[in-house]
Ligand binder design. Structure first.
Ligand SMILES: NC(=O)C1=CN([C@@H]2O[C@H](COP(=O)(O)OP(=O)(O)OC[C@H]3O[C@@H](n4cnc5c(N)ncnc54)[C@H](O)[C@@H]3O)[C@@H](O)[C@H]2O)C=CC1
Ligand SMILES: O=C(CO)COP(=O)(O)O
Length: 323
């Protein structure tokens, strides 16, 4: 039996490369026939992970029926497509969910969506500070693997661990998912600060106060504080808020430089999950009575609802309060 990866964007391709790094066969389902052709033909994914030679043990397919030969499936589609791809997956196979986001329309986390789409599949979540191109190059990386079934979590961790890739176990699935979803929105805010030239003090303030928002929201949804302070929360927040390697940070940088969100988002091939998560998160937070002013500010900019200067001034003019 072999592992399979569903979704051949940057992260799915990098995870397939990681799994194949010890020579084992890996099946990789890709949406685009061009991607299937390039991976099988020249062992590259020029569309989503250019300049990385891929292992010949990775076999790409566009036919989901081929994934029935796998005894573990990593699901790596954009969050808003997770329901439709999981529905097509073979039934009953353990699913390791690697997407970061909250589903629009339902406010459900990815594990809850997957449970609805494949009720018999055991489910775990993989989330943390992991730029795809670094993992694909074998650079040292640590990540949270969360699973309510501790013994399944241990087996999955052993299955995906590699000399430079260390999964840390948790049974707090909701906490791991909330960290990964919320940090994408906060990365947009930090990108705005960069693009608008607000300085590094502003970035540090956004990371700290953003983390306070993540924690308030997470605790309200049943997450544990130590998960939010771990790799999948604070760890990923720091990574994504610090580099233009992040698509979310880059999107925010463009907004901070004065571009309109609609222009930045139109015709892009790669996903900036924070743009989809932000309004869903804002509405869920409001419904739960959780204050998230940084998330609200990002939503205002994404919706082009107020000029940048007004949004920044409003954040700074909030009433003084205890930390
Ligand atoms: N790129 C990274 O470094 C990391 C990404 N992630 C997460 O992994 C998930 C996937 O992101 P990437 O691999 O970076 O994607 P990407 O931005 O590199 O590629 C876009 C992906 O969306 C897929 N797609 C487009 N339309 C679709 C549809 N209608 N149905 C199904 N799939 C469709 C494409 O086939 C492609 O796989 C996201 O939730 C992201 O937050 C998590 C950790 C690291
Ligand atoms: O999730 C990521 C790193 O952990 C990738 O971040 P971006 O989606 O912002 O590029």
């Amino acid at each position: 039996m072999k592992a399979g990866v569903i979704g051949a964007g940057a992260w799915g391709t990098a995870l397939a490369q990681l799994l194949a790094s010890d020579g084992q066969d890996v099946a990789l389902w890709a949406l685009e026939p061009d991607v299937v052709g390039a991976i099988n033909g020249v062992h590259e994914n020029p569309l989503y992970l250019p300049s990385i030679p891929l292992s010949p043990s990775i076999r790409a397919t566009g036919d989901m029926a081929d994934m029935a030969a796998c005894d573990l499936l990593l699901v790596v589609s954009p969050a808003q497509h997770l329901r439709s791809v999981v529905r097509q997956a073979p039934a009953g196979v353990p699913l390791l969910l690697c997407s970061k986001g909250i589903e629009a329309g339902t406010s459900l986390l990815m594990s809850q969506v997957a449970q609805q789409a494949q009720p018999t599949a055991p489910i775990a979540v993989l989330s943390g500070p992991t730029f795809a191109h670094e993992v694909a190059r074998g650079l040292p990386t640590a990540i949270t693997l969360a699973c309510e079934d501790v013994s399944l979590g241990q087996r999955l961790a052993a299955r995906i661990a590699r000399p430079s890739f260390r999964p840390y176990l948790s049974d707090d699935v909701i906490g791991a998912e909330i960290g990964g979803a919320v940090k994408n929105v906060l990365a947009i805010a930090c990108g705005v600060a960069e693009g608008a030239g607000l300085g590094l003090n502003a970035r540090a303030a956004l990371i700290s106060r953003g983390f306070a928002e993540m924690t308030r929201f997470g605790l309200a949804r049943g997450a544990r504080a130590e998960t939010l302070g771990g790799l999948s929360g604070l760890g990923d927040l720091v990574l994504t808020c610090s580099s233009t390697n992040s698509r979310n940070f880059s999107l925010g940088k463009g907004l901070g430089e004065g571009a309109r969100a609609a222009d930045l988002l139109s015709n892009r091939r790669t996903v900036a999950e924070g743009a989809h998560t932000a309004p869903v998160l804002r509405d869920a937070a409001r419904a739960a009575g959780v204050e998230m002013p940084v998330v609200e500010a990002v939503c205002a900019l994404l919706a082009d609802a107020a000029p940048l200067g007004t949004v920044i001034d409003a954040l700074l003019a909030r009433p003084l309060r205890p930390e």
